[in-house]
Ligand binder design. Structure first.
Ligand code: F6P
Length: 529
């Protein structure tokens, strides 16, 4: 709660124009290197004094961080440890939960995953119509977004069977994916931590029926990923193809283990290991670097500065990396499901908002869509840019040079803006008098808009792992400082309960107990069916 008490002093330190702060010397404090990446926070309005204060207010972070790594039950509302870091820990690490070292179990499952992935990739495990050509991961939320994002991000490393992701209960998702697939050469992976999620179970049942219509033994081409292994038994999937994980892995933190199986099949166990090693490199940095030189901590402090101190309601994630197209959606779950909370760990009302709205799209596409608002809209949007030094398409390096130039140009434009005088000077000769003033006013950019930029040599598996772990730890730090529980998600429950109770009403049962709007919508929809 310390952070909330520090808000007024922090606000008193805000308001300095970024351009006034941006000296060469500022780079010493406001840039940081970790896991082969470089993060620049210098284009923010955080002053030296504000950073000192923010770091003071982060004094609980090291203790909570150590508690997390040590397997303490820091997810207090669910009585669970938070140990996604154990999924990428060194094989000889020792991490205990309830007195038991969990690393050997993690390694055993990883070994089984590797064997299965290799068997598929080498044709030793095949479907009833030949070698596996396609893998369909059926899952939603954390059981979809991580592997879907990562498979796309690592397309240059994808040398295994094609991978598809079905998440939405909208039958269109399944139908569009299944069209063109051969059930006899497809592996279906049912990914669900709880193995009860209605969307996933519905899609899995449909997939099963689709498979059963073509092959003798559908179970032979199904695999399951879950922490509720007893529930997978109902599906007759042999235990050798069930990959379990413990309840101390949150759904949105689960890509590192069994939920990442489709990624491992796509890129191979060795590249998957590199992905884990990138996450581990960020873990080591997060554990060891002092707060003021700690990448996740500094990114979190910038986040708190922008949302809670400056009051900016959203932040944009803008990867200048087309293969990170799903990263904003992935981070939406990671950040908003973790820190979109209204009460403290103790259950008291929060004195202010916790997490901001997170959104984004890859550059340069976004430039031609919503950047207008980012540059001239009245509400500043802190932007988190990211770009690689090199693309994988070396023969298209002229594209990549343009990509880099655009990325840097945007953060520079946000910073500098354009004054009325500059706009007038640009238009002089074209317009004059009142029309010159009017036209110039439309071309003014306020400037002084904050951004951060993350740069890395190339989007390889290790770098992707480091980026994901960076954001995971950023969420953790923000959560600790806000005094919330980042690891539960009770806010999704009510909608799920109501959907269950609405099911029979959609089919025609009496809806008179519903509110007038819901009743009216139901009547209309039922009438149109
Ligand atoms: O509804 C939210 C949620 O519980 C997420 O936290 C989770 O990632 C998703 O649903 C899917 O859950 P499961 O993996 O248990 O199917």
């Amino acid at each position: 709660m310390k952070f909330w008490q520090g808000l007024d002093p922090l606000r008193a330190l805000s308001g300095t124009p970024i351009a006034d702060l941006l000296t060469d010397a500022r780079l010493d404090r406001f840039t940081v290197d970790a896991a082969g990446m470089h993060l620049d926070l210098s284009k923010t309005s955080i002053t030296d004094g504000a950073l000192d204060l923010l770091i003071d207010l982060a004094s609980d972070v090291p203790g909570r961080r150590d508690a997390m790594y040590a397997g303490e039950k820091i997810n207090e509302t669910e009585g669970r440890a938070v140990l996604h870091t154990a999924l990428r820990a060194a094989p000889d690490a020792e991490i205990t939960v309830d007195g038991q070292n969990v690393v050997p179990g993690v390694q055993e499952t990883l070994t089984r995953m590797r064997e299965f992935a290799r068997a598929i990739r080498h044709g030793d495990f095949s479907g009833q119509g030949g070698a596996i050509t396609d893998v369909v991961n059926i899952g939603i939320g954390g059981s979809d977004l991580g592997p879907a994002m990562a498979v796309r991000a690592l397309a240059p490393y994808h040398d295994g069977p094609r991978c598809h992701f079905v998440s939405n209960v909208d039958g269109a998702d399944w139908a569009d994916t299944a069209r063109g697939l051969n059930p006899a050469t497809t592996l279906v992976i049912v990914a669900s931590k709880t193995f009860t999620t209605i969307e996933t179970m519905t899609n899995a049942r449909t997939a099963w029926d689709w498979m059963a219509a073509e092959v003798e033994d559908p179970a032979a081409q199904f695999a399951a990923l879950s922490s509720a292994q007893e529930k997978t038994a109902d599906w007759d999937i042999p235990p050798s193809r069930v990959f379990g994980f413990e309840d101390w892995v949150g759904g949105r933190y689960s890509v590192w283990g069994p939920i990442g199986l489709s990624l491992m099949i796509a890129i191979g166990p060795d590249a998957f290991d590199e992905f884990l090693s990138g996450g581990r490199a960020m873990d080591d940095h997060f554990r060891e670097a002092p707060l003021g030189a700690n990448m996740p901590v500094l990114l979190a402090l910038a986040g708190l500065w922008h949302h809670q101190v400056c009051g900016y309601p959203t932040r944009a994630v803008l990867p200048y990396d087309d293969r990170l197209a799903r990263l904003p959606a992935y981070l939406q779950q990671l950040e908003m499901e973790s820190n979109g909370k209204g009460v403290t760990m103790e259950g008291d009302d929060l004195p202010g908002p916790a997490g901001p709205v997170v959104w984004g799209e890859p550059g340069t596409n976004g430039q031609h869509a919503f950047y207008q608002l980012i540059h001239q809209g009245r509400t500043p949007v802190p932007c988190e840019f990211m770009v690689a030094a090199m693309g994988h398409e070396r023969e298209l390096d002229h594209h990549h040079r343009l990509l880099i130039a655009n990325c840097l140009a945007q953060s520079e434009a946000l910073l500098r803006g354009r004054t009325l005088d500059e706009a007038r000077a640009k238009l002089a000769g074209k317009f004059e008098g009142a029309e010159l003033d009017r036209q110039a006013a439309h071309r003014v950019f306020q400037g002084d808009r904050p951004s951060t930029t993350l740069v890395y040599p190339c989007l390889d598996p290790a770098t992707l792992g480091a980026i994901v772990a960076l954001y995971e730890h950023r969420v953790f730090v923000e959560g600790v400082m806000l005094g919330i529980n980042s690891y539960d998600q009770w806010g999704v429950e009510l909608g799920k309960e109501l959907a269950t109770s609405l099911g029979p009403l959609v089919e025609g049962e009496d809806a008179s107990a519903k509110d007038p709007s819901t009743r009216n919508l139901l009547t209309l929809l039922r009438g149109w069916r």
